[in-house]
Design a protein around this ligand. Structure first.
Ligand code: MTE
Ligand code: HPA
Ligand code: MOS
Length: 769
């Protein structure tokens, strides 16, 4: 009998650190033992959103108890910049001008963290202020600059198709931003080494970028900087680029003082001084016919990017890439507008602009449905991609793997969508205060970094002579289960129990030139690289067995913790020991790059995505039309992860993403005062979902018949981001409940987040009309 190893692929094993997460023994950066004499840094932040620094008096700061030093731009040995784009638009410390309220001006270095953060408050800074441009609308109205070149996607002739369409609707939607609210905030610790060397511990999704940014700031080359991260307490995109400033400050202070230096902002300062999800204004013009078939779309997606480019280029690009969602648009023109504003520089956040684009696209579907008096699901079905002549995206990639129709059919049946929609319509006829809404929305999400060169990964696998294995790869662990899934791949390759494998911290000196763990591609890329490394070692072991035992290569098998050589069976450990004694190399690097993708941004054409991940959700809500309050009563999800490497972890990702998406669309509202101060900078004013906000019934299922058509690792699909957008069904269900107060005659056009306040105002507006 073929006994299964414990923890191979396609097994629902627990997260490698689950027991440590729940017992408080998982070591986060702040838990790492501090070297003797560790100093603590804290940032001093601007209290002006737009202006020049007239004077900066730091005397009181320097004289405060425990203060060792105050660092300003003049203390930076290398470049005063941590911009990830090469545009040099992101100073570590303000260069004389300030561009947002909360911009770092200086850093205090003190004996304790508390001394540093108290001293930082004592600065006396005078500004020559100008009126700030804070949001999309005022930025557009005042002709604000763009932080990067906008993108245009074009296919067919949208102008004439719009003119000739039987029906046409123009509209606008405001789409809110979101704070990452990772449980572990930003943090870095630097330990100086000899000569120009430094070791940096950072809570980052992108150790290689931290390495380069620290190098630039110190004026040393990349080979002098070693960056390490064992795990993050959540990243969600917020740690793709935003950790650089903290790492650079810690490294500068550490080299200057010959001591370890740690920096960890308070939650408030983390929220004020680091970037968030981009809020957007989507303006659309959609032409369609009586059947609800889309003829043409012309739309613009304008985003609040903040004061610098950061990742706003690729984020706004990805918004355009997802405005079509699952729908074929015969004639289309989509434009991005990455607007420069006097706010913190916005950054990656789960979905990376995709959710904003998709939400705009889904709003157009809703508009059509309400205009025609039809179930939005019918409009969705009418426009699904599929078949010859209906499979080309606005960026000219062919959709050849769509399984959305089958997913939607199955979910519609399993969730009793029709019956429940009828019941809600019936309920709303007689219920005066409470109103119900239900919605089924689909998701199609493109997998690959649109920056094609990022789609590469490396791994390093060591087999020790006692038969145990160390696994290292360029991906970072932020709770998503990457370390577990890649270890499962290696266990499967060697056919050994996963307990044989130790995954070690991600380090730039073990695997170089890595990409950010982002774009949901961690397992796709690092799983393949690790498999490649394992296969090299296996091949050497097979070659050795062939020579040593005089058997054909086909007669050597790795099976259930054993190596079978012809008629003989050795334990993996014994066989490895013998191989070692015979001087077989038991360590290998692995590499992977995604094939078949290319993207020409100037032409707006290409195949930027290796494949698409699909899913759908049905959400049912009930609103109180007197207060605007609501509950999410039931959610049914059917999500495609190909052949799942680990269903338990993948389901966790789907559940977490859904709830995080729900927070984005319902209660999480960012609010800036007129002078540019972020007023929602703590959980007291910024409402993330809590346990009691979860759907009262939450049925999450993975598509059990799906298999990636592309040769991904074990035919799985990426899962990190796509299910975030399933939460759009919540907003649309709320929309239906609101629409009921005016007999579904008008599209309620809810902006997001649909806070209870917004729901109440929409109800009153519709009743008034
Ligand atoms: N899950 C947890 N628990 N914590 C996180 O920070 N980040 C999300 C997603 N799931 C995140 C998460 C984001 S934004 C991405 S891009 C992916 O995980 C990254 O990891 P992966 O590529 O290994 O899926
Ligand atoms: N997704 C996430 N992060 C990224 C991307 C992307 O497409 N491109 C650059 N960083
Ligand atoms: Mo995820 S936004 O790609 O880090």
């Amino acid at each position: 009998m073929n006994k299964q190893i414990k923890g191979g692929t396609h097994q629902s094993i627990e997260h490698e650190s689950a027991h440590k997460h729940v017992s408080g023994r998982a070591e986060y950066l702040d838990d790492v033992i501090e070297p003797a004499g560790t100093l603590h840094a804290y940032l001093g932040l601007s209290t002006c959103a737009n202006g020049k620094i007239k004077s900066m008096d730091l005397d009181a700061v320097r004289k405060a108890p425990g203060v060792v030093d105050v660092l300003t731009k003049d203390d930076i040995p290398g470049e005063n910049d941590v911009s990830p784009t090469g545009l040099h638009d992101e100073p570590i410390f303000a260069r004389g001008e300030v561009h947002f309220y909360g911009q770092p001006l200086f850093a205090v270095v003190a004996k304790t963290r508390d001394q540093a953060r108290r001293a930082a408050q004592l600065a006396k800074v005078e500004y020559i202020s100008e009126a700030p441009l804070l949001d999309v609308k005022s930025a557009k109205a005042n002709g604000a600059e763009l932080v990067t070149k906008p993108l245009k996607l074009k296919r067919g002739d949208a102008v004439s198709a719009l003119e000739n369409a039987p029906m046409r609707i123009k509209g606008e939607m405001e789409i809110g931003g979101q704070d990452h609210f990772y449980l572990e905030g930003h943090i870095a610790m630097a330990i100086p080494g000899e000569d120009d060397e430094v070791t940096v511990f950072s809570s980052t999704q992108h150790p290689t970028e931290i390495q380069h940014m620290v190098g630039h700031a110190l004026g040393v080359s990349a080979n002098a900087v070693n960056v390490q991260v064992r795990r993050m307490g959540g990243g969600f995109g917020g740690k793709e680029t935003q950790g650089s400033l903290f790492a650079a400050v810690a490294a500068i202070a550490a080299k200057k003082h010959g001591a370890a230096v740690k920096i960890r902002p308070d939650r408030d300062d983390d929220m004020v001084a680091t970037g968030k999800r981009h809020d957007f204004v989507a303006s659309y013009d959609v032409g369609f016919d009586e059947a609800g078939k889309i003829h043409a779309i012309d739309a613009e997606f304008a985003a609040r990017c903040g004061f610098s480019a950061d990742l706003s280029g690729p984020v706004t690009d990805r918004a355009l890439f997802h405005a079509d969602n699952c729908y074929f648009i015969p004639n289309v023109e989509l434009r991005s507008q990455p607007l420069k504003t006097n706010t913190v520089s916005n950054t990656a956040f789960r979905g990376f602009g995709g959710p904003q684009g998709m939400l705009g696209g889904e709003r157009m579907i809703e508009e059509i449905a309400y205009a025609l008096g039809k179930d939005p699901l019918e409009i969705r079905r009418t426009n699904f991609y599929g078949g010859e002549g209906k499979n080309l995206t606005p960026y000219h990639q062919v959709v050849d793997d769509s399984i959305i129709e089958r997913i939607v059919d199955e979910l519609e049946a399993s969730a009793d969508y029709k019956e429940r929609r009828d019941a809600a319509l019936e309920f709303n006829k007689t219920s005066r205060v409470l109103k119900r809404g239900i919605s089924l929305t689909p998701v199609k999400f493109g997998i690959s970094f649109t920056a094609t060169w990022y789609n590469q990964a490396g791994a390093l696998v060591h087999v020790y002579s006692d038969g145990t294995i160390q696994l290292n790869h360029g991906g970072t662990e932020m709770g998503q289960g990457l370390y577990t899934k890649v270890a499962q791949v290696v266990a499967d390759e060697f056919q050994v129990d996963i307990s044989t494998i130790k995954v070690t911290a991600t380090r730039t000196d073990k695997v170089p030139n890595t990409s950010a763990t982002a774009a949901s591609s961690g397992t796709d890329l690092n799983g393949m690289a690790a498999a490649d490394a394992a296969q090299k070692i296996k091949q050497r072991l097979i070659d050795f067995a062939v020579k040593e035992y005089d058997v054909a290569p086909e007669k050597v098998r790795f099976d259930n913790n054993q190596v079978i050589v012809g008629e003989q069976a050795f334990s993996f450990a014994d066989f490895v020991k013998t191989a070692y004694m015979n001087r077989v190399q038991l360590s290998a690097t692995g590499f992977y790059k995604t094939p078949d993708i290319h993207w020409d941004r100037d032409a707006g054409k290409g195949t930027p995505f290796y494949y698409f991940a699909y899913g759908a959700a049905v959400s049912e809500v009930v609103i109180d039309t007197l207060t605007g309050e609501y509950f999410v009563e039931r959610v049914d999800v059917l999500h495609d992860v190909g052949r799942s490497i680990n269903e338990a972890i993948d389901k966790g990702q789907v559940e977490g993403a859904f709830v995080q998406g729900m927070g984005w669309l319902t209660t999480e509202e960012l609010w800036w005062s007129k002078d540019g101060q972020l007023k929602t900078h703590a959980p007291s004013t910024y409402k993330i979902p809590v346990a009691s906000d979860r759907p009262r019934q939450f049925n999450v299922n993975l598509v059990n018949w799906s298999e990636n058509k592309k040769r991904t690792i074990r035919r799985s699909k990426a899962v990190g981001e796509p299910p975030f957008m399933l939460a759009i069904s919540v907003l649309e269900a709320l929309s239906m409940a609101v629409a009921s107060v005016a007999d579904y005659k008008t599209c309620p056009k809810l902006d997001s987040p649909a806070t209870p306040e917004r729901i109440l105002m929409a109800v009153q507006r519709l009743k008034g009309e």
